[in-house]
Write a protein that binds this ligand. Sequence first.
Ligand SMILES: C[S@@+](CC[C@H](N)C(=O)[O-])C[C@H]1O[C@@H](n2cnc3c(N)ncnc32)[C@H](O)[C@@H]1O
Length: 251
Amino acid sequence: MESTLITDALARIGAFWDADAATYDQATGHHPQTAIEWAAWRAALIRLLLPPPARILDVGAGTGFLSLAAAQLGYTVTAVDLSPAMLQRLTSKATAAGLLITAVVARADELPAGAWEAVISRHLLWTLPDPLAALRCWRTASPEGRLLLLESLWGAVADPIERGRSQARDWLRRLRGIAHDHHAPYDDAIRSALPLGQGTTPERLIDLVGQAGWPASRIERLTDIEWAMQRQLPLPDRLLGVTPRFAVTAG
Ligand SMILES: C[S@@+](CC[C@H](N)C(=O)[O-])C[C@H]1O[C@@H](n2cnc3c(N)ncnc32)[C@H](O)[C@@H]1O
């Protein structure tokens, strides 16, 4: 039986994201801000996934930009998330865009029944109590399929140069009075109990993906997406660049 520690942590994590849903899309790194950025994400999906109309499961889909980009390309998308409020935002956006996306409130390691040709996920693994169990569960849900993880290099695990850039970006943001990326800081006690709560290195991810039974992992830096994001920034910010993005694929 699962420990009450984990169920309590999941309840608090779910509550954080429910409260974050209203403002999540306002942060530049959370949601594409320009048509070029959307186009760069669509290009990455087409390059890294099987051709549409494959059945895709987006885990920890949040307000759903990835699900929306996949649905725009003709994929059949199911979006799963712990937070009903995040999924509500996703569903409103899908309806407004005339896109059909099935949204299911569920844990990343307790998926709805179904068979998928690919499992995709962005920026979820760091907030899971057991990322390895989730990756194993996704393999079971897509035994012959493709895994696509979209991640970025942040937190204590980033190299010192990137950490310095990130601090400078934070400083510029505060100087301009731009709100933080989230409605509140993440609970420190929870974050420090999460295996990837301080960020993750590409090496660690590749190792976890292999341990979970996904074969032949590959990695690439998402320079096109970084380029599309940088184009919208004012000059001093452009010199600092954006958080490095990368994709890990397997299967
Ligand atoms: C950083 S957001 C990423 C959202 C989206 N993938 C994106 O890239 O914008 C993390 C998302 O994971 C969801 N989440 C957190 N823990 C989860 C869990 N155990 N199972 C399913 N979803 C979870 C949160 O509700 C939130 O929507």
